[in-house]
Design a protein around this ligand. Structure first.
Ligand code: FPP
Length: 253
């Protein structure tokens, strides 16, 4: 795959006023895509990886700066063992096959999600991807793997409570900012836009804290069918949204 190392700045036209800096994806519908074609569900995941490659390329081209993908949730371990093992294999192939190209394209990879209970082989692969690309300055690709938002929030709360107990910080220093910094996403801006494919209308334990002021975009396409044109449509829809963060439009003041 090829990603532009020097993204063009967002195209400003009448249909897209603003470009989101950070877009997060719930890549849903792989199984249904495959079943509808009489294929095993794993084929849907394989095709889903192709879609992911094209979406990363496109994000780099249009000037989105960060994309977060929900690649495997902490609840996905409950799927049949064959499907879980296929998804692990796909992740390994993605890292092994695409890492050098992503690195050349100046993409920085960051992993979010629980690490303590991960298979050491997978963990070292993910850490290698982070380490190799740590100093890159292009598109940031945040991979949510073994990720569950409630568990992430709990980890942050425990971390801060421990610091209070140890006398490192005072209780009053647990601010929204300090809490955000203690999440796996610490240091990243919140997602401006969250896209979920396949017609499901829920967050499924994804970025619950970070999504406080995100715009949502739901589309009926299954993830393997979500192409560049569908992405452009989502971006253009975002460009027409009025974000008020609980305040009022400038016009209304
Ligand atoms: C949801 O579709 C998708 C997943 C649980 C896995 C997402 C994985 C990919 C897109 C593969 C590429 C990514 C990496 C990095 C390995 P579903 O299986 O829940 O579909 P369904 O709701 O139709 O059953």
């Amino acid at each position: 795959m090829s990603v532009s190392p020097h993204p063009q700045r967002p195209v400003e036209d009448s249909s897209s006023g603003k470009m989101p800096k950070h877009v997060a994806f719930i890549m849903d519908g792989n199984g249904r895509w495959a079943t509808a074609r009489g294929l095993p569900r794993t084929e849907g995941h394989r095709q889903g990886l192709e879609t992911l490659r094209s979406i990363i390329r496109h994000a780099g081209k249009v000037g989105v700066e960060i994309i977060t993908i929900y690649s495997f949730s902490s609840e996905n371990w409950n799927r049949p063992a064959t499907e879980v093992s296929f998804l692990m294999g796909l992740l390994k192939r993605f890292v092994q096959r695409d890492l050098s190209e992503l690195h050349e394209a100046n993409v920085r990879i960051r992993i979010i999600g629980g690490r303590s209970d991960l298979d050491p082989g997978i963990l070292s692969l993910l850490e290698e991807a982070e380490e190799l690309t740590r100093r890159n300055s292009g598109l940031e690709l945040v991979v949510a793997f073994n990720y569950g938002s409630r568990a992430e929030i709990l980890r942050a709360a425990q971390h801060l409570a421990q610091r209070v107990q140890d006398g490192d910080i005072r209780l009053e220093e647990i601010t929204e900012e300090a809490f955000s910094q203690s999440l796996d996403t610490g240091g990243l801006p919140d997602p401006d836009l969250i896209i979920r494919t396949s017609g499901e209308l829920r967050l499924s334990n994804f970025l619950l804290w970070q999504a406080a002021y995100s715009e949502f975009y739901f589309c009926d396409l299954n993830w393997p069918d979500f192409d560049e044109a569908a992405f452009d449509e989502a971006l253009s829809c975002f460009g027409n949204r009025q974000r008020r963060y609980g305040g009022l439009d400038a016009k209304a003041l």
